[in-house]
Ligand binder design. Structure first.
Ligand code: SF4
Ligand code: SF4
Length: 300
């Protein structure tokens, strides 16, 4: 918490047998679409001891990114996690500090911190570390703070006391996320079809065009989508984050979609130089805006 994390839990490192079966099936059904990188390093993905030789413990930390601030009615609708500066840089620095502090207490240990940067099944580790459950929308949900969190893991050869895994599932009979998903990507059997998710189309898909069969379904989202989290009753417990770097970029709060359309590649690079939005690149963002506009979903 001193370093800026909101939750922490520890699990014993080992192979994630059940998750391996689920992942294999999910990949086999092509639910990752064109994200072929998800097929890579399967064995390491399901077993951190192959990723970090000698690994004994997986320390999972969560960092809140919830912001109540919203883009204007006619602005660029983007996922909350991407409204500020890039979480990778912020969290990596805090993870390094965590490792330094552990070393300061127990001496030289091996450890590697991961933030989206390697094949680690973060949600499964968070659940194993007792932090929450994986909801029907595929997000890790905590009972006291909802789901707007980044998840990072520190895999180490240090043996520690382990938390009990989170055994309960507090989704119950709720289906709000399934009912609200604009593209029907959340299936009733607790599977999220990544290849149908708006985040996939607006961020991961590198094609010049978004498939026309998706027209009219994006609910005006231009980068990512928060709908299944926004409707989740557990997110009534969300509190504004305390990380200055995650504060929304002023341009996002001020520019209309029409103005974003006119933003040059050079300005895009400048505005988003430290932002997760740079992943879509200027061409990608313009493609997304055009797609919304062509389908009558643009606000301006
Ligand atoms: S992020 Fe949006 S499109 Fe993707 S599963 Fe959730 S509600 Fe559906
Ligand atoms: S909206 Fe309901 S079903 Fe979906 S993740 Fe939240 S609690 Fe679970």
């Amino acid at each position: 918490m001193e370093l800026g994390f909101d939750y922490c839990g520890i699990a014993k490192a080992g192979r994630l047998d059940e998750d391996a079966l689920r992942l294999e099936k999910w990949l086999g059904q092509g639910m990752h679409g064109s994200m072929t990188y998800m097929e890579n390093h399967f064995d390491k993905r399901v077993d951190p001891t192959l990723l970090v030789p000698g690994a004994k413990s997986v320390i999972t930390v969560l960092k809140n990114y919830y912001t109540p601030e919203q883009v204007p009615e006619d602005g660029l609708k983007i996922s909350k996690y991407a409204m500020g500066n890039d979480y990778h840089e912020v969290i990596r620095a805090q993870m390094n500090e965590l490792l330094d502090r552990i070393r300061g207490q127990v001496g030289e240990i091996s450890g590697r911190g991961f933030v989206d940067s390697a094949p680690v099944m973060e949600r499964s580790w968070a659940k194993r570390a007792g932090l929450g459950w994986v909801g029907k929308n595929g997000n890790l949900i905590t009972r006291t703070g909802g789901s707007f969190f980044f998840i990072a893991t520190l895999i180490t050869d240090l043996e520690l006391l382990y938390d009990d895994p989170f055994a309960a599932d507090f989704c119950g009979s709720c289906t709000k996320c399934i009912d609200a998903c604009p593209t029907g990507a959340i299936l009733p059997n607790r599977v999220v079809n990544g290849s149908q998710c708006i985040s996939y189309f607006t961020i991961e898909l590198k094609e010049l065009l978004i498939p026309s069969e998706m027209k009219g379904q994006f609910d005006n989202w231009a980068f990512g989508c928060d709908t299944c989290q926004d409707v989740c009753p557990w997110n009534r417990f969300s509190k504004p984050h305390q990380e200055e770097a995650f504060n929304p970029l002023p341009e996002l709060l001020n520019l209309s979609t029409r103005e974003w359309e006119a933003v040059s590649e050079e300005s895009f690079r400048k505005i988003f130089r430290h932002s997760p939005v740079k992943r879509a690149k200027w061409q990608g963002l313009q493609r997304n805006i055009r797609f919304l506009k062509d389908n009558g979903q643009e606000n301006s």
